[in-house]
Design a protein around this ligand. Structure first.
Ligand code: DI6
Ligand code: FE
Length: 404
């Protein structure tokens, strides 16, 4: 019996590079898969001989896109911070709350207090919400443990979510997220510890990339650079929370280490744009945090666009500044707040999000790609960033297997 499947009766948005209409629309399209890989994509009428005898699945005339990719999340944590959102509603700023020991530190305390099973259950609930909206790959950062044991635990939980087979998970080590209280007044010592823990975590197979929060309320460029040096010496790719609240020159620094991505970027400078272009770094836009913080400055989209820096969009799901669990809503917000076009936003949650994770085998519908795709009850992909507050996702195929 053939292990091949011909998924047909669909309008495809392939998102392949250079498609004349941008979207790569294929009416009456079909996708031939074998195992976890796409063998062929095209009009059903022109299916290849290899499709003969394949199992056929009728997709009901729906739109099919590549599986969505959320390339920036902090999904593993204990507790939540609705109380701080209320404090902000009453006038406190994010920085004030952080300086008063709230913010990331309060989530750190809840994360350390939680069992591994509790962390897994909470994260899996959130991952399931993303998955119902067509997400087939996601990145999960540590950064709420802030000790060796607690960071390791969070990374293990992230890996376990990937191993459950539901979704492909990339893990990012973000111990340089905030200063834990036991290192008060000793940020450089903490950075030394962050670097010292890295090889052990990498050897345990827990780290795909390394990130830091380069900010006045986070870590300085010099401290960030030490983290990048440690990562680079281990062959780990880097990315950076850069220019979210102020211009620290983080993007220029990250680009000099060949960063996969620089993320947030509301305060990105012209020099930062040029450095990212030269390094091939992806600009990851996080409109959920922009929205929740009532930020008024938008990332320099026109400069990024004219420089040709690929732009991705992600949820930045975290309990402090972006508690949302809808990648489509993030894409919608990127169009409204940042004026991305619908095509840019959809590429931002597929092919450019893949690039932000260093992945070249997904994000498009094309032969040789992973068989990750979703069907949607809409006629055109521009509807995906138009509607909000509803979920048009109908079927999800991840690594060639349809999710129940
Ligand atoms: N920037 C953010 O928006 C999140 N982390 C970061 O470096 C916020 C994390 C939090 O407030 O818990
Ligand atoms: Fe973040």
């Amino acid at each position: 019996m053939s292990t091949r499947t011909l998924w047909h009766h669909a309008t495809l948005a392939t998102l392949t590079h250079g498609a004349p209409d941008g979207w790569g629309l294929v009416p009456n399209g079909a996708v031939l898969t074998e195992g976890d890989t796409i063998l062929w994509v095209g009009p059903y009428d022109r299916r290849p001989a290899a499709a003969d005898g394949a199992r056929e699945v009728d997709l009901g005339g729906m739109l099919v896109t590549p599986g969505l990719i959320d390339c920036h999340t902090h999904l593993v944590y204990g507790g939540h911070r609705a109380n701080e959102a209320e404090m902000r509603a009453n006038g406190a700023s994010y920085e004030e709350i952080a300086r008063a020991g709230g913010g990331i530190r309060s989530t750190m305390a809840a994360t350390r207090a939680a069992s591994e099973q509790e962390l897994y259950d909470g994260a899996m609930r959130r991952v399931s919400a993303l998955m119902r909206e067509g997400v087939t790959t996601l990145e999960i950062k540590s950064g709420y443990g802030l000790s060796f044991d607690a960071e390791e635990r969070c990374l293990r939980v992230a890996r376990a979510i990937g191993a459950s087979g539901a979704v492909d998970v990339r893990t990012t080590y973000l111990a340089a997220h905030a200063l834990p209280p036991e290192f008060d007044g000793r940020a450089d010592d903490y950075i030394e510890a962050v670097c010292a823990w890295m090889p052990t975590l990498q050897a345990a197979g827990l780290v795909d990339a390394v990130d830091a929060f380069c900010e006045t309320i986070g870590f300085s460029p010099a401290q960030t650079q030490r983290v990048f040096e440690a990562a680079t010496s281990l062959g780990l790719p880097v990315k950076l929370h850069a220019e979210q609240l102020s211009d620290q020159g983080g993007a220029v620094l990250a680009a000099s280490y060949g960063a996969l991505s620089c993320d947030h970027l509301e305060y990105l400078s012209t020099a930062g744009v040029a450095a990212m272009k030269a390094a091939g770094s992806v600009a990851v836009l996080l409109p959920g945090a922009y929205y929740m913080l009532r930020e008024t400055r938008v990332p320099p989209i026109a400069s990024l666009r004219s420089a040709g820096v690929p732009m991705a969009v992600a949820t930045d799901h975290n309990p402090g500044t972006s508690p949302g669990l809808s990648l489509l809503l993030s894409a919608h917000m990127s169009c409204i707040f940042f004026r991305l076009t619908p095509l840019e936003a959809i590429k931002g949650i597929t092919v450019h999000a893949a690039k932000a994770l260093g992945l070249i085998d997904r994000g498009m519908l094309a032969a040789g790609m992973r068989a990750d795709f979703a069907s949607w009850d809409v006629a055109h992909p521009n509807e995906l960033t138009y509607w909000f507050g509803q979920n048009p996702c109908r079927r999800v195929i991840a690594a060639g297997v349809e999710r129940a």
